[in-house]
Design a protein around this ligand. Structure first.
Ligand SMILES: Nc1ncnc2c1ncn2[C@@H]1O[C@H](COP(=O)(O)OP(=O)(O)OP(=O)(O)O)[C@@H](O)[C@H]1O
Length: 202
């Protein structure tokens, strides 16, 4: 996928300036930047959820999005939360649930699962859609450190196996290296993309 953005504004306010972002299968990019700079706005444009921008979004890639909120269907059991939105085979859904450590929870409702478990279910659902490029918006935020670390490792393993590309939006400068992603930073007013300096210890 490739985004050639000229600008994005909300009413009078220009949030994003001119930028180019291109990601192929197998490539991993993390977009860093402070709160309110426009990271989620950029991801929503790439996901096709916001078409009110000047510029061009191109590419035929299959995309799947993982948001910070798990966005599950509360009245459907865990397995159906994968099969219904993606149309995938129940056998694949079961296999993915096993891979994210949710074997045996196929019949549970989201409310019976912890936030970390719900996030892992959302991750399994994203991979069930067999994306070329996975889009993630702060998917590891507000999890305890151990749960976040486990989910980062799981994401990296599923990306390795599937060959999907990644665009991750985060404010945590430590996450790109842990996912093998190159970091770019949104900064300025309106925001533009810059190559991020390597995070300490990398
Ligand atoms: N639907 C909207 N209408 C008007 N302004 C919006 C809308 N969505 C976002 N904004 C504004 O655009 C700017 C960028 O928001 P965005 O959510 O993209 O930032 P962010 O970098 O993802 O922040 P955070 O890290 O806190 O999630 C903010 O100033 C926000 O108030």
């Amino acid at each position: 996928m490739r985004l050639d953005l000229t600008e994005k504004h909300f009413a009078e306010r220009k949030v994003l300036g001119a930028l180019v972002l291109q990601v192929e299968r197998g490539q991993r990019i993390a977009v860093l930047g402070p709160s309110g700079i426009g990271k989620s706005t950029l991801l929503r444009i790439i996901a096709g959820l916001d078409r009110e921008f000047s510029g061009r979004l191109s590419g035929e890639d299959r995309l799947a999005v993982v948001f910070q909120e798990p966005t599950l269907l509360p009245w459907r059991r865990a397995l159906e939360n994968i099969t219904i939105p993606t149309g995938c085979d129940p056998a694949l859904a079961r296999q993915l649930m096993g891979e994210v450590g949710l074997a045996g929870r196929e019949g549970q409702f989201p409310r019976q699962m912890s936030l970390g478990q719900q996030r892992r279910l959302a991750l399994a659902r994203a991979f069930a859609a067999r994306p070329d490029i996975l889009l993630m918006d702060e998917p590891f935020a507000s999890l305890d450190a151990e749960t976040a670390a486990r989910m980062i490792d799981l994401t990296a393993a599923l990306l390795d196996r599937s060959g999907a590309g990644l665009i991750l939006v985060t404010h945590d400068a430590g996450e790109p290296a842990r996912l093998g992603a190159s970091a770019v930073t949104l900064s300025g007013q309106p925001a533009r993309l810059q190559q991020a300096p390597p995070s300490p210890g990398v």
